[in-house]
Design a protein. Structure first.
Length: 383
């Protein structure tokens, strides 16, 4: 018993030392989780099948490293292009057949989610840049306009982690997510952004600080629709265009928000206990289902961590090099309009597809964004 006490004291003192550092991610307090998470069971429609491992093809390898979203223009019926925002800062156009890559506009920063404005010949994009906020990018004019960096209400916090975007049905507004209340940073002002460190720190903290926001073109005002989301990630319209679906990654669920009402704070649960952290979400072409990117599966270690505030405080205040790592895994899930998982595509090795962040269906294929990949992933929609 004594050895456990001494070890626990050692861990606590060590964590306290690191806690006293000037890291922007140090945790002053951790919270009891409001939602219990469950580990992945891989049963039923979530059974492993390695469809991604066997059938996925890489497109534009090397030229699109770090792209987390793949944009398609469904208003341009015969467009042969995909649009991506890789880690090198460019908005790029990729030909579906020839895989040739063109640099269109240098955006800089890091874009996590984007949509093309319909019927603009794929020249106007709305994008969530994790550094710059909500952007309008015009490839014809070679211009970038910042639309929003904060809610109009001065009592609300500025946007810290602009994540994903969706257009309103009539095009008069943009809905977008702000994942959490602490912005990613570069250590010593250089190197990669601390995106994943922020996510894991938020997990350890145990408190949702993400938001769903709305930018209105006519007034140029930004409004908070939902807050307290435990990492607000992907967003898409439902097929009837009456609601939004928002992935709440760290609660392993998808929430629903009625845009015909738009009562601030009013939400319902669309899908829960998914067994994986949902990331990007998009409508499937069948008019009934939705594609969900599975960023990571939940194993027993994360379930244990989620239960104990003291353990999350200790781990969260250690240097990130000691934090638990996600097991490599590729996962795409299809859910129906009741939020039920009806199909799943896997790469259980993580060797071809890993950490899927976005799914876009176009002309019989789905195209995947990945946090860790060096290419766009293309795979046929299962028959």
């Amino acid at each position: 018993m004594l050895i456990y006490t001494v070890f626990g004291l050692f861990v606590a003192i060590t964590a306290a030392f690191f806690h006293a550092s000037d890291s922007p991610l140090r945790l002053n307090h951790v919270y009891e989780r409001e939602v219990e998470i469950q580990s992945s069971t891989f049963e039923g429609a979530l059974s492993k099948n390695d469809y991604l491992f066997k059938n996925a093809k890489k497109i534009a390898a090397g030229d699109t490293a770090g792209e987390e979203t793949v944009v398609v223009d469904n208003s341009a019926e015969h467009s042969p292009y995909l649009y991506v925002f890789p880690a090198d800062g460019w908005l790029k156009r990729v030909h579906i057949e020839t895989h040739t890559v063109e640099n269109l506009v240098f955006v800089g920063g890091k874009v996590l989610g984007a949509r093309v404005k319909p019927h603009t010949n794929s020249t106007v994009f709305y994008a969530c840049d994790i550094i710059k906020g909500l952007l309008e990018i015009n490839t014809a004019e070679q211009s970038i306009k910042v639309l929003s960096i904060a809610p109009t209400d001065a009592t609300e916090k500025p946007i810290q982690f602009c994540d994903d975007v969706e257009l309103s049905p009539n095009g008069d507004a943009i809905y977008f997510t702000d994942a959490m209340d602490r912005a990613p940073f570069k250590r010593n002002g250089r190197g990669k952004l601390s995106t994943m460190e922020n996510v894991l720190s938020n997990f350890c903290e145990g408190k949702g600080s993400g938001r769903l926001l709305k930018y209105v073109f006519s007034t140029k005002k930004t409004h908070v629709l939902l807050d307290g989301i435990y990492f607000a990630n992907g967003v898409t319209l439902t097929h009837d265009e009456k609601s939004l679906l928002v992935t709440e990654s760290l609660n392993a669920r998808i929430i629903k928000y009625d845009i015909t009402d738009e009562t601030p704070g009013k939400k319902s649960i669309f899908a829960e206990n998914l067994g994986f952290a949902p990331d990007g979400i998009s409508r499937a072409s069948d008019g009934k289902t939705y594609w969900v990117a599975g960023a990571s599966v939940i194993d027993s270690m994360y379930v244990i961590f989620s239960k104990y505030t003291w353990l999350r405080w200790v781990v969260g205040n250690f240097p990130s090099v000691f934090w638990p790592k996600n097991k490599p895994y590729g996962l795409v899930v299809r859910v129906n309009d009741q939020g039920e998982v009806v199909e799943s595509l896997h790469d259980s090795t993580g060797g071809v597809v890993d950490f899927v962040t976005a799914v876009s269906e176009y002309k019989g294929k789905i195209y995947l964004g990945q946090l860790k990949g060096d290419s766009i992933i293309a795979v046929d929609v299962p028959k």
